[in-house]
Design a protein around this ligand. Sequence first.
Ligand SMILES: Cc1cc2nc3c(=O)[nH]c(=O)nc-3n(C[C@H](O)[C@H](O)[C@H](O)COP(=O)(O)OP(=O)(O)OC[C@H]3O[C@@H](n4cnc5c(N)ncnc54)[C@H](O)[C@@H]3O)c2cc1C
Length: 388
Amino acid sequence: MKKIVIVGAGASGVYLSILLKQKLSNTDVIVVEQNAVSLKKVLASGNGRCNLSNRYITQECYHSDNNELVGKIVKSFDMLKEMDKLGLHCLYQGQLLYPKSEQALSVKQIFMHRAEELGVCFLYNQEVLSIEYHQSYIVHTNQQQIHADVLIWAMGSEAGKLSGINQSRYDVFKKLHLKVVPPQPSLVQMYTKPVIKQWKGVRIKGTFSLLEDGQCIHTEKGELLFTDYGISGIAVMQLSAFYQQGHDYQLEIDFFDEEDEKNLTEYIELRSNKGYNHFYDGLLHSKIASYFEKMSNQSVSHIVHQLKHFRLNVAGLRSYETAQVMKGGLSLKEVDENLSIKKYPHMYAIGEILNVAGLCGGYNLHFALASAYQVAKAIEREDHVTNT
Ligand SMILES: Cc1cc2nc3c(=O)[nH]c(=O)nc-3n(C[C@H](O)[C@H](O)[C@H](O)COP(=O)(O)OP(=O)(O)OC[C@H]3O[C@@H](n4cnc5c(N)ncnc54)[C@H](O)[C@@H]3O)c2cc1C
């Protein structure tokens, strides 16, 4: 009987195991997982609600070394329809797709029920350390050797510390002479210099820009949270995706994005002409207002400039432990349009182990499952050719 081994029981690996068992008869599908359980990251995703996809999916929502390929893969996958086939009813909330139950647990339960009903074999507490190729593959784990006719890498990333922080996921590729783009955290909080301690815990709405050498490289409208190390919040997570190590960045905050500078100047002049001493009251959070009050003897134009273009130096990104994804991973230059690894036969890679990182908003789970779907179709075609 043909044996397919999938390394990693995350969203991409488990979904692929289901598709393969549905499509192929006479095939053993084995999922090898280093953790004691499957789908740890799925359970944590979307704050326990699991944001599976987004209405607006294009290649621009991803960072990778072949965005055209990523665009084709994500566009050809209909998450709503495919989840429905598994029995997972999903609904859009605005742009974002969630399970109807709004529980990531439902995703885990439905995936694991379908996989077990179809007879997928899960081997837990087994870390894959290396492989050998002699016509077919021998997979070496920390406990045993497993024979495989087809091998799929679905090892995810260390982001969030939920899928292990082992180096083996990258070492296996090095041993196979496959290019790995160095991983770095993405969708993560930022350290700032200075940290304005008195703003800790304050959440603001506004427009936030990431400046590289004084030039704006990306802008996000949304929410930001001041913390004891710097800044957090969805807008910050999105901006972090544009950060590259070794470059200098500043964050620019527009506290009054609903007003242009002219209107804001007139408004502040009016308040100061009326003789109001505390003219920030009610305009800004009290902790931010008291910070700006210290500048109240400055000119109106200077104050307006501070409110529209307040800058903090970005001192770096927080680590993989608090990141949602990692940029980097196995280079897309190593795979063809079916995510088949060009240098080795019957070997594929899916999900976050690839050098593909999406923005916040369901893009990463969408890619994880869309890439599994793409590979399932390719293996089915391969199987059909061998059997005829
Ligand atoms: C806190 C958090 C919240 C998130 N929220 C969202 C969200 O709402 N929407 C969204 O789209 N994305 C979200 N993401 C990102 C998304 O969850 C991941 O991109 C996606 O789950 C990746 O799936 P994967 O199968 O590629 O990898 P993973 O889920 O990382 O799974 C890989 C598996 O491989 C195993 N493994 C690794 N190396 C080996 C080895 N050598 N041997 C055996 N097993 C190995 C790991 O233990 C792991 O179980 C979130 C991530 C985090 C951390």
